[in-house]
Design a protein around this ligand. Structure first.
Ligand code: AP5
Length: 223
């Protein structure tokens, strides 16, 4: 489905809630730019840039990287040409300060958050999802050893890369990420709900069925 003007979508949900999985589908369907702050930060870490070196410790511990660092990184991407038709923000904002900054950045471009989509998944499901996740470091494809296994164990279906487990998908780090999510990010639900542009979707079930719910919610809320 094509959209006539830029649309900016915030994807909210807990770690392992399926934000990355659904962001890929949404960006393809609505021709938007996928902006995942987690992916961008992991790329900075891999390239050992000054930002990556600073962010690495926070990420390994499951803590949030400071707002200023993530904000600066995002700002450049938002002004890129590919962001012109709108973005799916995956993993951003994560604090009320980040939500306010995003409003300001979009306002400079004459835009706003049109829709905040919340994928609701209970904590008990998340641990199994994250410990079973395997990602391709070459093309970014994401699999799950049980729910979405690759055709050949350990090998990416899309590009043949060797699948890896993310460094922060260890049980102790996952528990910290969940704690941080409930403390710092969950309050954003109230923030967007009070503006009337939050849609909640149950995130348990097949990824295709969840995507259809998200697509329908976008149609209802996009203004
Ligand atoms: P980030 O990379 O954003 O991690 P996250 O929010 O913890 O989310 P995940 O990527 O773990 O999960 P997801 O919701 O994308 O789920 P996925 O689709 O992969 O952030 C990592 C770190 O970076 C943070 O801890 C922080 O340090 C830092 N950071 C990032 N952004 C920041 C910010 N704005 N400010 C400060 N710091 C920031 O799915 C998970 C698994 O489940 C996969 O295996 C998948 O195949 C499977 N799955 C998906 N859907 C389903 C389904 N419906 N049923 C069964 N399995 C499913």
């Amino acid at each position: 489905m094509m959209v006539a003007r830029s649309v900016d979508v915030v994807l909210l949900g807990p770690p392992g809630g399926g934000k990355g999985t659904q962001a890929k589908r949404l960006t393809a369907a609505f021709e938007l730019l996928h902006l995942s702050t987690g992916d961008l930060l992991r790329d900075e870490v891999k390239r050992a840039t000054p930002l990556g070196v600073e962010a690495q410790g926070y990420m390994q511990r499951g803590e949030l990287v400071p707002d200023e660092l993530v904000g600066k990184m995002l700002m450049g991407r938002l002004h890129s040409q590919q962001a012109g038709s709108g973005c799916v923000f995956d993993g951003y904002p994560r604090t009320l300060a980040q939500a306010t900054l995003l409003d300001g950045l979009l306002a400079e471009l004459g835009r706003r958050v049109d829709v905040a989509l919340y994928i609701n998944v209970p904590d008990e499901e998340l641990l199994a999802r994250l410990t079973g996740r395997r990602s391709c470091p070459v093309c970014g494809a994401v699999f799950h050893v049980v729910h979405n296994p690759p055709r050949q164990e350990g090998i990416c279906d899309a590009c043949g890369g060797t699948l890896v487990q993310r460094a922060d998908d260890r049980e102790d780090v996952i528990r910290e990420r969940l704690r941080v999510y409930h403390e710092s990010t969950a309050p954003l639900l109230g923030f967007y709900r009070s503006r009337g542009n939050l849609a909640e979707v149950q995130g348990v079930g097949s990824p295709d069925a969840i995507f259809e719910e998200l697509r329908a919610a976008m149609g209802r809320l996009k203004r």
